[in-house]
Design a protein around this ligand. Structure first.
Ligand code: KG4
Ligand code: ZN
Length: 335
């Protein structure tokens, strides 16, 4: 079955065709560069841009993939968590298409789609495992006993890791989105130049906190007479190291505590080279197998939604026109 995946939960309009046998058949994304000038995603602007982009992206993807609408066997759409207006555009489009083509439509939890992006390299997930989900809105640790069975065991108390990257980049005048900008600036800086705080490291739970780090960076920057390029590079490298340290330590502690031999990364921040390097090294030290999604499937994309939807559709699920959106909430188990 060819599945259409639709992702419009934040600022990217991304569609893809996927089939369990062939993998990703075609994909197309329209990025919304308009938010750059505001230094963050403006929800109303994002939903209007989705309305403008969605149909042209769909038509272009069909011709690029050599497919007709009738070739679509089922539809999956991110229906939450995310920006309500943005989600509504994708979900309304998915329902209209399902109705007109008489095909099943399923809502996909955006975080489950990120987790399953790890299968887009053609390798089936190995379970039981711990998954570190790090995106612009989430920083969570999930215990995944099998695909479809998830238990939230750690969460951020305040900012998400991606949000910390974005806010620190803004403080340093590095632009939006902040994660890639910090990673780039950090390349010429020293990770040990400034000893930024790592919160809650001695506590035995698997929760995170990044708001103290953001404040520490602001106070450090305000204390400088001039924020030169070398200072920016050192702050970027040191802040990145503090975020990565906290993420890696808690993930390894979680895996050890639950005796899990597989660790998966997921979400936009999973694209961070230093996080991938350090988590992989630390997993190796404890003989835990480390896995990460292909770089191009770390940030939001329609392929991960289609891949997740294919699993739900294979169970015979059809949400029909009842499908609705939601703004927050953890991944729920379905097996
Ligand atoms: O998963 P995603 O595309 O959207 C959400 O669901 O939030 O994640 C976006 C987040 C942004 O905060 C962005 O700064 C961060 O992922 N990000 C990175 C990198 N690439 C994207 N953070 C650190 N290093 C990167 N290379
Ligand atoms: Zn995401």
């Amino acid at each position: 079955m060819i599945v259409l995946g639709i992702e419009t939960s934040c600022d990217d309009t991304s569609l893809a065709f996927f089939s369990p046998g062939r993998g990703v058949i075609g994909e197309l994304t329209a990025n919304q560069l308009i938010h750059e000038k505001y230094g963050g995603v403006v929800p109303e602007v994002a939903s209007r841009a989705h309305m403008k982009n969605l149909l042209p992206v769909f038509n272009a993807l069909l011709s690029k993939s050599g497919l007709a609408p009738e070739d679509i066997g089922g539809i999956g759409v991110s229906n939450g968590p995310g920006l309500i207006g943005s989600l509504l555009v994708g979900v309304s489009f998915a329902k209209a298409l399902a109705f007109s083509l008489e095909r099943p439509v399923v809502g996909v939890h955006h975080i489950e789609a990120h987790i399953l992006s790890n299968e887009l390299d053609g390798e089936e997930l190995r379970t039981p495992a711990v998954v570190l989900v790090v995106s612009g809105g989430h920083t969570c640790l999930y215990k995944m006993s099998t695909v479809g069975r998830y238990e939230l065991v750690g969460n951020t108390r305040d900012d998400a890791a991606g949000e910390a990257f974005d806010k620190i980049a803004k403080l340093l005048g590095l632009g939006f989105p902040g994660g890639p900008a910090i990673e780039k600036a950090a390349k010429t800086g020293s990770a040990t130049a400034v000893d930024f705080p790592r919160a809650m490291m001695k506590q035995e739970h698997f929760n995170f906190s990044f708001s103290g780090l953001k404040t520490a960076v602001r106070l450090y920057v305000e204390g400088q007479t001039a924020v030169t390029d070398p200072i920016t590079a050192d702050v970027a490298a040191s802040a990145q190291e503090a975020i990565v340290d906290a993420l890696v330590k808690k993930t390894i502690a979680c895996a050890k505590s639950y005796h899990l031999r597989h660790v998966y990364l997921a979400g936009g921040v999973a694209a961070n080279g230093r996080l991938r390097e350090k988590l992989s090294l630390e997993c190796g030290r404890f003989r835990i197998t480390y896995h990460a999604p292909l770089l191009r499937y770390c940030t939001d994309n329609g392929a991960m939604v289609a891949c997740a939807a294919a699993k739900h559709l294979a169970q015979g699920r059809d949400d029909k026109l009842d499908l609705d959106v939601f703004t927050r909430g953890p991944v729920t188990s379905w097996v």
